[in-house]
Ligand binder design. Structure first.
Ligand SMILES: Cc1cc2nc3c(=O)[nH]c(=O)nc-3n(C[C@H](O)[C@H](O)[C@H](O)COP(=O)(O)OP(=O)(O)OC[C@H]3O[C@@H](n4cnc5c(N)ncnc54)[C@H](O)[C@@H]3O)c2cc1C
Length: 381
């Protein structure tokens, strides 16, 4: 009987989404090889309907690996934060931070396309299905099916970047009982590069400038999301207008998609020679657009750690310790915002209004929040 051939790869990355590809390119920039594998065909990402608000910090990292999708990115110059049927509002303006923009809005597919353009064809196995993962002290053995063949790889480091985890006892799940209905609409008059975050008892409503359109993230309890998905275009615009108010009107809604929302937080980021990054490490509510911004920092910090200290146990432990504040801060921030703002409880509504007013009137408090949105953990304490 002939023995199966075992192929050696330095680093194996499961999931060629934006986070996996960022890690691959950051490692390559430092001269370290890795192999990406994805269960879907590469062009599948071109069908993803999401638009992502990326921070100024994320842009700087993507520029370092020549993957900033310049022409596809719409700058955000101001962010207006308010609550439905309540007082208080805050305006965050890029002019206060000496930056070209507070952040940028990019379609998932354009971001994935910009990254994929820099990944060599032989560095990614698409439509690969993992059959088995055998962990070990010094290496991990991964068996998979690809193009009709069973292949076995041995790697010093297995990185999980496969996105939102399914059922797994090491992942804590906290369901928000909210779904995000997303679509693009045309604002009238134009958006003037302003993003809106509007809190309603049903959940947050975000409007992100994208080209000439707004990309809408309309968060609702599941039954209301069913109803909104079923509306015709005119009724959908009326429902959107009802949540947003009359400051602006909307037309020409595009195709709608929906995503159920839950916080999924992995207990531990490392196990022997396996590490979890991006959504596979933490999947957050999309409020304030933290998910990919956190994931790209995971990828970057892991690449820096590997390039400087290698892939042994202590360097992976350093990586996990270094990510603690950023990921827990991101999860805490989004979770508290969603739970504090998604209700109609009178005293909380009053406190929220006072909070928004205080942020608006007190520049240091506003800068504190804005800088964390622009830079993430780099802005702590
Ligand atoms: C409605 C909505 C709006 C959002 N808005 C924002 C925003 O404004 N800003 C922001 O920063 N974030 C936002 N996010 C979050 C953002 O989309 C994610 O954080 C980001 O896509 C995570 O990237 P990733 O590469 O970790 O995972 P993914 O994008 O999910 O990619 C994972 C990849 O792994 C592959 N894969 C999965 N399982 C396997 C397997 N078993 N084997 C091999 N491959 C596998 C998949 O095919 C996919 O290509 C939003 C999310 C939602 C739902």
């Amino acid at each position: 009987m002939t023995e199966a051939v075992v192929e050696n790869v330095d680093i194996l990355i499961v999931g060629a989404g934006p986070v996996g590809m960022t890690l691959h390119l950051a490692l390559a920039a430092g001269g370290r090889k890795s192999l990406l594998l994805d269960r879907r065909p590469q062009q599948a990402q071109q069908g993803d309907p999401r638009a992502l608000a990326l921070s100024h910090g994320a842009r700087q990292l993507l520029e370092q690996i020549d993957s900033w999708p310049t022409r596809a990115a719409t700058p955000i110059e101001t962010i207006h934060v308010s609550q439905k049927d309540g007082f208080g509002r805050t305006l965050i303006d890029r002019a206060e931070y000496d930056l070209p923009a507070l952040g940028y809005v990019v379609r998932y597919r354009d971001l994935a396309g910009a990254l994929a353009a820099n990944v060599a064809a032989d560095a990614v196995l698409s439509e690969a299905e993992i059959i088995d993962i055998a962990p070990g002290d010094q290496q991990v053995t991964v068996t998979l099916r690809h193009a009709g063949h069973t292949r076995t790889f041995q790697t010093q480091l297995l990185v999980h970047a496969e996105g939102t985890p399914g059922d797994d006892p090491t992942v804590k799940v906290s369901d928000y009982e909210q779904h995000a209905v997303i679509c693009e609409v045309t604002p009238m008059p134009g958006h003037n590069k302003r993003a809106w975050e509007r809190f309603t008892p049903d959940g947050p409503l975000a409007l992100l400038p994208l080209g000439n359109e707004y990309s809408i993230v309309f968060t609702l309890p599941p039954a209301k999301a069913d109803a909104v998905m079923a509306l015709d275009d005119d009724a959908f615009i009326a429902a959107l207008q009802e949540q947003f108010g009359q400051r602006m009107s909307f037309a020409k809604p595009g195709k709608r998609s929906r995503f159920p929302l839950a916080l999924r937080l992995r207990d531990t980021l490392i196990k022997d020679r396996e590490v979890w990054i991006g959504n596979s490490a933490q999947t957050l509510h999309p409020v304030s657009g933290q998910g990919f911004n956190l994931g790209i920092r995971d990828a970057w910090q892991l690449a820096e750690t590997v390039l400087k200290y290698g892939v042994d146990r202590s360097s992976l432990e350093n990586y996990a310790a270094g990510r603690r504040l950023d990921r827990q801060g991101g999860a805490f921030f989004t979770d508290k915002i969603v739970r504090t703002f998604s209700n109609d409880f009178g005293p909380l509504k009053l406190a929220r209004g006072l909070g928004l007013l205080a942020l608006d009137l007190c520049p240091p408090a506003r800068h504190f929040v804005a800088k964390r949105m622009i830079w993430g953990a780099r802005a702590w304490p």
